[in-house]
Design a binder for this molecule. Structure first.
Ligand SMILES: Nc1ncnc2c1ncn2[C@@H]1O[C@H](COP(=O)(O)OP(=O)(O)O)[C@@H](O)[C@H]1O
Ligand SMILES: [Mg+2]
Length: 326
């Protein structure tokens, strides 16, 4: 271990848990505990100064999958247990674009589903602007909007019709919003002559943009974006990223964005939580994470990708899948 307590505190990187910290650094348990206590005090102090938008405290989630054998009619005994999330703790500040960066299967979507009340935690608590996701489900639902790759729309209706439906559903003003909706869609890179075409005639990328426009129109305070640019071409990616920044800057939105895209996380997110196998490995700005790896592992000016590999011990490909070591 090459970094010290002071160094780590200075660069303001919050360590997730004793276990994660130990796994990442190989340090002794005693030393880690000291580091951990100091960091926690520091984080707590900072939290009191700024109101946290989202507070995640010690959450775990396990899935049980019945063991199935392909092409077999016989029931197979036992269950496969997947610990999708393992004791995660972190805070997201108001007006922050907070990235959750991890390989496929690392628990990102599970985390988003727990925050959006679609799933219930086994352990731990999550609060959204002070509301508990379990006890105050209705308030939480009013404050959030989740955009995922499998957005649900009426495919026979046009983008504009779908969005008008959503805004009415959420208590908006229907037709008065038409010009505003068109403007947003155009801003997102959907040609004006396509906003009236049935969604089923649009590419997946365009449908994804409509989902983002919907999140915007329903005016969420907290926007949960689960891989919003996955499968988009580079140009569309940039449109979406620009739009997310605009939401944060001009509409007081707090954004949590899951991604396996290093470049996106680095360019777009104010802070990044690196997750691996259901555990939080490190949190900080891209620069802080790089600095941590540079100091800890002696890597000179690491890229975000090198930083991710150093923190998780894993390399991922463009699709987000773990590349097995040769
Ligand atoms: N509904 C579910 N039932 C069983 N296992 C699940 C379920 N949802 C997720 N998992 C498992 O939990 C782990 C984390 O999945 P997920 O949160 O989707 O990861 P990510 O979004 O980072 O790809 C994976 O091993 C996945 O197979
Ligand atoms: Mg996912």
């Amino acid at each position: 271990m090459t970094y010290t307590t002071r160094d780590e505190r200075d660069i303001d990187v919050q360590r997730a848990s004793g276990v994660a910290a130990e796994a990442a650094s190989g340090a002794t348990a005693t030393m880690e505990r000291e580091v951990h206590v100091n960091i926690n005090q520091h984080v707590l102090l900072r939290d009191r100064q700024k109101e946290a938008a989202v507070s995640v405290r010690g959450i775990s989630k396990t899935f049980k999958k019945p063991k199935k054998k392909l092409f077999s009619r016989k029931p197979v005994e036992g269950e496969k247990v997947v610990k999708a999330l393992d004791n995660m703790t972190f805070d997201v500040q108001r007006n922050e674009i907070f990235g959750i960066l991890g390989a496929n299967g690392s628990g990102k979507s599970t985390l988003i589903r727990l925050m959006s009340t679609l799933l219930i935690t086994d352990e731990g608590e999550i609060s959204i602007f002070g509301y508990d996701v379990r006890k105050d489900e209705d308030e939480v639902k009013r404050l959030i909007n989740r955009v995922s790759v499998e957005a649900s729309f009426f495919k026979k209706l046009s983008a504009i019709e779908n969005l008008l439906y959503s805004t009415r559903l959420y208590g908006g003003h229907g037709k008065e919003l038409r010009p505003q909706i068109t403007e947003i869609l155009v801003k997102l890179g959907i040609p004006e002559d396509r906003v009236g075409a049935p969604l089923e005639q649009m590419s997946r990328g365009m449908q994804q943009k409509v989902a983002i426009a919907r999140a915007f129109l329903t005016a969420p305070v907290l926007l949960l974006l689960d891989e919003p640019t996955t499968g988009l071409d580079p140009r569309s990616k940039q449109d979406v990223q620009k739009f997310v920044r605009d939401l944060r800057d001009n509409h007081d939105a707090t954004v949590i964005l899951c991604s396996h895209d290093m470049d996106e996380a680095e360019r777009l997110c104010d802070r990044i939580a690196v997750v691996d196998n259901g555990r939080l490995v490190a949190i900080g700005t891209a620069e802080e994470l790089k600095q941590l790896v540079a100091e800890r592992d002696g890597i000179l000016a690491p890229t975000m990708e090198e930083t991710f590999i150093a923190l998780t011990g894993r390399e991922i490909n463009d699709d987000g899948n773990v590349v097995e070591a040769a």
